[in-house]
Write a protein that binds this ligand. Sequence first.
Ligand code: AVJ
Length: 309
Amino acid sequence: MVNEILKGLSQQPKSISSKFLYDEQGSRIFEKITQMPSYYLYDSEYEILKEYGSRIWSALPFESKFSLVEFGAGDGSKTIQLLKQLPHHTYLDEYIPVDISEEANKTLAVQVEKMIPHMPVEPIQGNYLENMKQLIPQDRPILLMYLGSNIGNFQKDQIRKIIMDFGQNLKKGDALLMGFDLKKNPLTIRQAYDDPDGITRSFNLNLLTRFNRELEADFDLDNFDFYSYYHPCSGEVRSYLVSLTDQEVFFKSSNQSVRFYKDELVHTEISKKFDFEEMEVLLNQSGFMVMDKWTDSNGYFTDVLAVVK
Ligand code: AVJ
């Protein structure tokens, strides 16, 4: 971890990968974000899964037993809503939630097992992008779920590569259910990522708390602030930490220090928004055929079902 962080902080402009946002505390703050009225992503996708859950299950192409693999499952509250609507005679016989946060994953498994006692749940803690091949079983049909617009956290070429990798690690006839946040009124988007209560701010500043603890760094949190903006043409929200002074931060665990200038930015996250055409092109180019899609009543968010050709 420390090498990757120091590398990002030695680049121009400085950056920290958004995957580091999700330590135990970070995952808890993220759950708070999902409860903010202005963070419409959660409510919109929840509405889709609640409203169209049984239609989603019946749209799946499977005629024999299949496994559900979910990347970035988090606390799984949305997936539980979907699982509640499983038909009685389902071919689904295993659920494999994968998440970088061990804590979130455990809570999820306990809840699903309580709800559907005979459904085996095999939570895996890990980085789904680095271990994709091992995480997707090859010996049975798969439904891969990637909800919440988690794909929006990546840059354009990475997004293309990830969806390509999905296509390559799935077999013909396997299915992908993927959530995309849609382009919309930029004011709505801006409010989702810059809340007046500072919850998103503390989500980002928690990176520094984490590095102080895990890497024995000496970040002074009073010397950093948070800034985010949405660019409606690229569809990207970009989030940053801002250094408020000229300062030097020491990472004791690796005996190295990093200089920050007054007003220097550290990029922490991209949250990209899509339009329908862009999604179709991405999926088509990666060997998928779009079968169906479901959108919330505001038209804010969409879940797309695609099958490997
Ligand atoms: C979990 C990646 C979908 O980008 O909207 C929420 C994370 N960041 N508020 C997003 C997040 C700031 C979220 N994802």
